[in-house]
Ligand binder design. Structure first.
Ligand code: NAI
Ligand code: XMP
Ligand code: K
Length: 496
């Protein structure tokens, strides 16, 4: 038995001290880009991301829609692995197929559905337009479009059928499969429609081009794309069915894989890394984890992990610490592993990036994590709140919420029981709600602005320099109480 001479610390226990801010420290000069995978020291990582945020390997978080939005703003998603192999591979393929400016047709409704149902569907998915098909599925016959602008409950009854208000195919301009984005946009503008359905030879809608996306696209200069300008996407894998799952994900076009486990310091993870190197050499990139100490990091780095993920029990839906008594404060875990990463780089000449996973409750915690030396962050709760996340949106006591559940919760494990015999003996995650926060685009923009501002105060224009020069101070509980004790906050309605 050994007792570490430390008190395990979390992000919220630290504040940053400013450093000298000079003329070079402007928001436009701050480079937030990060290496995603291992590389020789002094060289660039084969995959970099302009925005150092990745979405958690969770069913409530990482869907194709969220993956596309996050890649557009320069981050990366990891499609969850708590689902049959074919379904996960299909989600990866959907992201890879999605050409910038072309959206998947994933919101469909039957003509006999009610306007009330259409309104619920659109609100739940954060979309303005649904495609009307004969059977209400994405592969059904294309009959028309129904948008939020097509009906108004002051004039139309909730029980009226969608077909009473939809714009029918005959009245619509459509594009053809294979059309370039520039061509599609010309038709869109000529037709004065907000949405252009792209229709394949079989009469089915393959994609939608939206005027709003065209406008958004002008803003995206940092997209995470591969050499063919397709969005990059990651995928979670496990240590059970990897011999079947990994080939399917690679075939679907996954750009990077990541082992998804609460405990990465295991021979099972080494077996998977050996399998990947044996089958694919360095052409397939795979991260491993999670670990919370230097020994765990070194084991996975030696086994060939492309990045190492840090964090046990710190997630917002985590109950691992209560259930198993295992875990470590995220700040303490990072501090030790960052030291090990840098020692490893000096010894071997190989830099293995660190992903800090979980436990970010405020945007300021991101700055603290980068100051501690994380290369990029994995976030679950943060992304679950956005309209692009796949979780259902619900209303409770007048507040709009999104469902958010852990991968160790009964809900996720039930969904995962597809013949692997992974019986649920005890839960390790919560099944709950988070407040709905609007679109990913708007929120990430604000978060990154805060991070740039913190870095400017600390005199840094790159994450590496920020880490190298940061001064952190541990704060007392009293410091936080002092901030807010006397001020009665205005209860402002949540902006939706
Ligand atoms: N980051 C965190 O703190 C936590 C994350 N989670 C999430 O919950 C999900 C489930 O995680 P885990 O329960 O750790 O799943 P896991 O599949 O990694 O491990 C489950 C059990 O199977 C054993 N095992 C794994 N591979 C094996 C093999 N090939 N042969 C024999 N035994 C093997 C492990 O030792 C462990 O006892 C993941 O999505 C994970 O991210 C759950 C709890 C905490
Ligand atoms: O103890 C746990 N039980 C669970 O059911 C569970 N599901 C996910 N995770 C981990 O939490 C991370 C996301 O954390 P945040 O919501 O704090 O960003 C994720 O990225 C995971 O590492 C779990 N941990
Ligand atoms: K272990």
């Amino acid at each position: 038995m050994r007792i570490l001479p430390e008190i395990s610390r979390t992000f919220g226990e630290y504040l940053l001290l400013p450093n000298l801010t000079d003329e070079s420290c402007t928001p436009g000069n701050v480079d937030l880009s990060a290496p995603l995978v291992r590389h020789p020291v002094g060289q660039d990582s084969p995959i970099r991301i302009a925005t150092p945020l990745v979405s958690a390997i969770m069913g409530a978080v990482s869907s194709p829609q969220l993956a596309i939005a996050l890649a557009q703003v320069g981050g990366l998603s990891f499609i969850h692995q708590n689902q049959p192999i074919e379904e996960q591979a299909a989600m990866v393929a959907a992201v890879k197929r999605h050409k910038a400016g072309f959206r998947h047709n994933d919101v469909n409704i039957k003509p006999s559905a009610t306007l009330g149902e259409a309104a619920g569907l659109l609100a739940g998915t954060g979309r303005e337009t649904a495609v009307v098909t004969d059977d209400g599925s994405a592969t059904g016959e294309f009959l028309g479009l129904i948008s939020v602008q097509d009906f108004n409950f002051a004039r139309h009854h909730r029980d009226d059928a969608v077909e009473s208000r939809m714009r029918r195919v005959a009245e619509l301009a459509t594009g053809t499969a294979g059309m370039s984005l520039a061509e599609a946009n010309s038709v869109l503008w000529d037709s004065r429609q907000d949405v252009l359905p792209i229709v394949g030879g079989d009469g089915r809608v393959t994609a939608l081009v939206q005027r709003r996306d065209y406008e958004l696209h002008q803003q995206f200069s940092n997209e995470t794309v591969d050499g063919d300008k397709r969005f990059r996407v990651g995928a979670g894998v496990n240590t059970h069915d990897y011999r079947e799952r990994i080939p399917a994900l690679v075939a679907a076009g996954a750009d990077v894989l990541c082992l998804d486990s609460s405990d990465g310091y295991s021979v099972w993870q080494k077996h998977v890394l050996d399998f990947v190197r044996g089958e694919y050499g360095d052409t397939v990139r795979i991260g491993a984890g999670n670990v919370v100490d230097g020994a765990g990091f070194r084991y996975l780095a030696d086994a060939g992990a492309d990045f190492v993920k840090v964090g046990i029990g710190g997630g917002s839906i985590c109950i691992t610490r209560d259930q198993k008594g295992i875990g470590r404060g995220q700040a303490s875990a990072l501090a030790e592993i960052v030291t090990e990463r840098d020692a490893y780089a000096r010894e071997t000449g190989i830099y293995v990036p660190l992903c800090s996973d979980g436990g970010v409750l405020h945007d300021s915690h991101m700055a603290v994590a980068f100051a501690f030396g994380a290369d990029f962050l994995m976030l679950g709760r943060y992304f679950a709140r956005f309209s692009e996340s796949p979780a259902p949106q619900v209303k409770h006591n007048g507040q709009i919420l999104k469902e958010y559940w852990g991968e160790g919760s009964a809900r996720a494990r039930n969904a995962a029981r597809y013949g692997q015999g992974r019986d649920l003996v005890f839960e390790e995650g919560v099944d709950g709600y988070v407040p709905y926060a609007g679109s990913l685009y708007d929120n990430v923009k604000v978060t990154l602005a805060k991070l740039r501002s913190t870095m400017i105060s600390c005199g840094s224009t790159s994450l590496r320099r920020f880490h190298d020069t940061a001064t952190l101070v541990q704060v007392s509980q009293q410091t936080f109480v002092q901030n807010s004790e006397d001020v009665q906050r205005n209860e402002r309605p949540t902006v939706v």
